[in-house]
Design a protein around this ligand. Sequence first.
Ligand code: FES
Length: 221
Amino acid sequence: MSAAPHAGQAAQPATFAFDAANLDRARAIIARYPAGRQASAVLPLLDIAQRQAGNWLPRAAMDYVAGMLDMAPIRVYEVATFYSMFNLQPVGAWFFQICTTTPCWLRGSDKVVEACQRKLGIGIGETTADGKFTLKEVECLGACVNAPIIQVNDDFYEDLDGPSTEKLIDELAAGRVPPRGSAIGRQKSAPEGGPQVLKAMPPRYEWTLEPPPAPPAGSDD
Ligand code: FES
């Protein structure tokens, strides 16, 4: 459930419409559904709208999607306010979603949060004055094996601690985007230090199809 407050009237653009590329994209998605069921396309269309609007959903964009899908605007608002991936107010260019659920917490997410707040001088739910960074605390991001995690826009930064989090912020502030993934060089979700089992592929199991045995002499088969 999204706890994000809505942007005030002053921040809301008066109108919204898909650009040509997104209009094509939206029409292709709507065409996947049977006639009369176009409301099923609401989630992907809201995602497209959010990306076009700069990673947040103005009310005009939700109204536009409602009109396109022949839905009552309130039904689109219900969807947009339920799912936490939709931002109902502007966010910074680098949107940090910091997981603090139990596995990330056990692995040090408190230090990650502290590093973000100290380095950026803002709290959770706030955006830096230059509009570059926003901090948000979120529930499990589904990458617990590599905890603790920050999702930065669409990418995961994993196995973080205080210093690696500060380094990530420094790089982004300097206009460099570090490689996503593990900060400690973990191979995908393998144990630290590399795989401990199945280090080599097992030999290929060779098999052949034998013809069935011939029936005993005199049988009816
Ligand atoms: S608890 Fe943080 S990714 Fe699952």
